[in-house]
Write a protein that binds this ligand. Structure first.
Ligand SMILES: Cc1ncc(C[n+]2csc(CCOP(=O)(O)OP(=O)(O)O)c2C)c(N)n1
Length: 901
């Protein structure tokens, strides 16, 4: 018979309540003899047959998804450890020390800096086995998502590798002061924006690492299947916290990973059983819960619960006492055991049962104290990673049990408060040194000296050999990808720039341009259209047939509409990523494509089109993370604005995305009204990202309203990109060609503004200009910069912002948009004239577009009234004129208005 553990299970006295224990015993014996005679493979076959019968509806048996609280890889199946264990342990101890010293030093100097010791203390061995044996480096290396609060440990390793110096470590969490001293400041968490040569993936916001890792693994398959890049040798690793698994994003794509057979993906969940406030599952067991969840989702689960020292105990435990004790010990109790010493564990864990006490008899208290959990045993960790690497056809999760604050002794190990501990007293530091046998004097410990062994020491030679064998250092971020030429605008956007009154929506115009771009010889293959179950909504069904929907296993069915020219076509080399109803998934795919230039050295151009409301509002944090990792691509907020999607009401009407987009530093946000404007923005953005390779991305609104599209006035392109150009003038101009009242509009409301300018001239004798404000955020960006320059350089010639250039000399400026007033108000303080903002604040609601625009007071009549009122305030008009306008246009004077909440 194979494993002693199985023997014990078979011999175990049933503790379950059974109707017929004698019969049960007979079945057990049969199974035991089968196992003895024919081996485990035959047992599995028989069980398959029996369970198929037992699952019949009238029996209704279901397998339990859990397995006993022991290692999935039995000691007898462990591969030999290929490294030098003693050297690796010494190296791990040095990483621990330098990481700890970095955090404690920073906080001694400036108590406000914060930092974490306990997370890395629990994860150090999990990282080190990866670094020494599995994580491949170099520009075609593995993609690794690091648990964010373990960043100090990753810096500590880079220090030993010679990639960071003492001065850098001394500037942990001090990027600004570091820059002044010409050294690297180390960011709190992994931030590609702050450390663009180092971190690849931002993981600081819990849940974003897990979902991103799945979509990155999936995108590698996409590149492979589309014949764009051989990614077969690359893997994705993610080290995450057990508390982090509670985030919906962590869980939401598990089935996708299994369905698409992503065996290039391995997660390591660091189950230190604690999160920030306390235990993750004090009254249960997180490892069991996650095991059931991942198995149910179709993953391979490898439990890595106990270290090698326990192997002997299990072997001697002929009564199965350990299994019994584990089955009744909850995580809150395991945490207490972690926090207490060997003596306490002898009394309270081993002491709960005479058989257990007997097992511990041969051990000193010190030995009991040092019994390791699986995630602290390099040999066991290696066995688990090795098994993950061998797994084919499904992703793997390793559930590694560790102790939070491992080695921090009284000061932190297993303590409720350990997550936030960043200071240690001298005695605690000395105890830490002794626990890990660090080669440090008391003085070195007290002064928190960083320690790097001599270059020719066995440790350093070993460390470099291992990294060389694995292809180089990691993490390391690259950004060298060949530029991709963008076709001339005339080739795909002429119909929009010279629309000449043709009716269409900007969404239709976008789809037409996208369709052309997909055919371009150079750019076409790099385009990644992404939808979250709304391709038909946005008129993109034609692309299903043309470029296909990506499916790792092609199309295993005859689509219902096979005879149609637009039939639903899935293909292994399909180009569209159809993510179903998962905005979080779609944006994660977008980010994978948008960072491909860096992750794969192959620039891709993703276009994710979605109901605008479900973008920044729904997945804003994922967009922020995309910005952090320097994504390049287009986000297309379709049916944007509060009044373009008449009947849809509150839930779909987006009045805020532009304001949120404006707050993302590298996001270029535009709200074009006309197809030609959109074409110019598209052309500019593609050149900026694909040819000039700047780290920006675009959020551009699209509308579903059909109207006559004018040809773009000539020569406006530069101003349009700056965010404002003059579209039309009505009434007399002054000698500089300017009229005094400037009306600014964007997106859905520009046409109302244009109409208002006409009305002002024709009905009220007021000269007015209509300006298309394609981007208030770009205008504000430029004005901010100019204002700052002029403030700091009082002796130099004052610079002039685009706003001043356009609006200087105006008597009044009225800005109306389909978004909350905060959007046009971005420029208010830079406008040297009375400024009125009209917008769609309040909840959306359902009605016709005209009714909505009137309700929100952004239609032409309200723009006219706002302009007349501005003139009245300057004494140029009498109040009676405004009253006349209110009466003539039948404007509601309800007070307060229904939109004001
Ligand atoms: C979205 C988000 N919410 C909250 C936090 C704050 N936070 C940082 S670490 C942490 C606890 C992490 O616990 P766990 O995932 O178990 O990792 P551990 O540090 O215990 O290894 C929390 C709540 C965060 N970083 N991101």
């Amino acid at each position: 018979m194979s494993d002693p553990f199985i023997q014990k299970q078979l011999a175990l006295d049933a503790t379950l309540t059974e109707s017929d224990p004698i019969e049960t015993a007979e079945w057990r014996e049969s199974l035991a003899s089968l196992l003895g005679a024919s081996g485990p493979q035959r047992v599995r076959e028989i069980m398959d047959v029996l369970s198929a019968i037992a699952r019949a509806p009238d029996i209704g048996w279901r397998p339990a998804l859990g397995t006993p609280y022991v290692n999935t890889i039995p000691a007898s199946h462990q591969p030999p450890f290929p490294g030098d264990l003693a050297t690796e342990e010494r190296l791990a101890s040095l990483m621990r020390w330098n990481a700890l010293a970095m955090v404690v030093r920073a906080n001694k100097a400036y108590g406000e800096l914060g930092g974490h010791i306990a997370s890395y203390a629990s994860a150090a061995d999990l990282f080190e086995v990866g670094f020494n044996h599995f994580f491949r480096g170099g520009n075609q290396g593995d993609l690794i998502f690091y648990q964010p609060h373990s960043a100090p440990g990753v810096y500590a390793r880079a220090f030993l590798e010679g990639r960071l110096q003492e001065d850098d470590l001394a500037h942990y969490r001090q990027e600004i002061s570091a820059r002044k001293r010409g050294v690297k400041g180390l960011s709190s968490y992994p931030h590609p924006w702050l450390m663009p040569d180092f971190w690849q993936f931002p993981t600081g916001s819990m849940g974003i690492g897990p979902i991103s890792s799945i979509y990155q693994a999936r995108f590698m398959r996409y590149l492979q299947h589309r014949g764009l890049l051989d990614t077969s040798a690359r893997r994705v690793w993610g080290v995450f916290g057990d508390g982090e698994m509670d985030e919906p994003e962590s869980m939401s794509a598990l089935t996708l990973a299994a369905r698409e057979k992503l065996d290039n993906l391995t997660w390591i969940v660091n189950c230190n059983l604690q999160r920030l406030d306390g235990p993750v599952r004090g009254n249960g067991r997180i490892i069991d819960e996650l095991e059931a969840l991942f198995v149910g989702a179709g993953w391979r689960v490898i439990k890595l619960v106990w270290g090698s020292d326990w192997d002997g105990l299990f072997a001697r435990d002929s009564e199965g006492a350990l299994a019994r004790a584990f089955a009744t010990t909850v995580d809150g109790q395991f945490q207490t055991f972690a926090a207490k010493d060997g003596r306490y564990n002898r009394e309270h864990f081993f002491g709960q049962d005479p058989a257990l006490a007997a097992l511990a008899q041969g051990l000193t208290d010190e030995q009991i104290d040092r019994l390791k959990r699986g995630g602290h045993d390099l040999v066991k960790i290696h066995a688990a990673y090795h098994a993950a690497m061998e797994t084919t056809g499904l992703p793997t999760v390793i559930l590694a049990q560790t102790k939070k604050g491992y080695g921090m002794g009284e000061a932190g190990q297993g303590r409720m408060t350990t997550h936030q501990q960043k200071k240690l007293e001298r005695d605690d530091l000395i105890a830490f040194r002794d626990h890990f046998s660090l080669p440090l004097t008391d003085e070195q410990v007290a002064s928190l000296s960083f320690y790097r062994p001599a270059a020719d020491s066995p440790e350093m030679r070993y460390l470099h050999e291992r990294r060389a064998a694995l292809g180089g250092f990691t993490p390391e971020r690259h950004s060298d990808a060949p530029p991709v030429p963008v076709p001339p605008l005339a080739r795909y956007g002429e119909f929009a720039v010279k629309a000449d009154g043709k009716e269409m929506s900007t969404t239709m115009a976008f789809v037409r341009m996208l369709t052309s771009l997909l055919k371009d010889q150079h750019l076409g293959p790099r385009v990644v259209p992404i939808v979250a179950d709304e391709a038909r909504t946005f008129g993109m069904a034609n692309l299903f047939k043309q470029v296909g929907i990506y499916s790792f296993n092609g199309q295993a069915y005859e689509p219902e509409d096979i005879g149609s020219v637009l039939s639903y076509r899935e293909a292994t080399d399909g180009q569209i990523l159809e993510e179903g109803i998962s905005e979080a998934g779609a944006i994660s795919s977008w980010t994978s494509a948008a960072t491909s230039y860096s992750v794969h050295g192959q620039a891709m151009l993703p276009f994710y089109i979605y109901y605008s409301m479900f973008g920044f509002q729904r997945v804003g944090d994922l967009i922020w993370a995309a910005a952090d990792q320097r994504s390049r691509g287009f986000l297309l907020g379709a049916t944007a604005g509060r009044t373009t999607l008449g009947g849809e009401g509150l839930q779909h009407q987006d009045g805020t995305s532009l304001v949120q987009a404006a707050a993302v530093p590298n996001c270029r946000a535009y709200d074009p009204c006309f197809a030609g404007e959109f074409a110019v923005i598209l052309d500019h953005g593609m050149r900026q990202m694909m040819e000039r390779q700047e780290d920006v991305f675009y959020y551009v609104t699209l509308m579903n309203e059909n109207y006559a599209q004018p040809s773009l006035p000539t020569g406006v392109e530069r101003d349009l990109i700056k965010g404002l150009y003059r579209y039309a003038t009505h009434g007399p101009e002054n000698d500089k060609g300017n009229s005094k009242v400037r009306l600014l509009g964007s997106g859905a409301i520009l046409r109302e503004v244009i109409a208002a300018a006409e009305l002002l001239a024709s009905e009220w004798g007021v000269a007015a200009e209509a300006w298309s404000a394609t981007s208030f955020s770009e205008l504000a960006r430029d004005a901010r910069e100019v204002e700052r320059f002029n403030r700091l350089h009082p002796r130099e010639d004052a610079r002039v912002s685009h706003i001043e250039r356009c609006l200087g000399g105006a008597t009044a400026v009225i800005a109306a948009t389909d978004y909350v007033r905060a959007w046009p108000q971005l420029i208010a303080s830079y406008v040297d004239a009375p400024f009125t903002a009209l917008g769609t604040d309040g909840f959306g609601r359902s009605d016709t577009r005209a009714a909505l625009r009137s309700f929100f007071e952004v239609d032409r009549h309200h723009v006219v009234l706002a302009a007349l009122t501005a003139l009245r305030h300057q004494g140029q008009l009498d109040a009676s004129v405004c009253a006349e306008a209110v009466a003539r246009y039948g404007l509601s004077t309800e007070d307060p208005p229904a939109w004001l909440v």
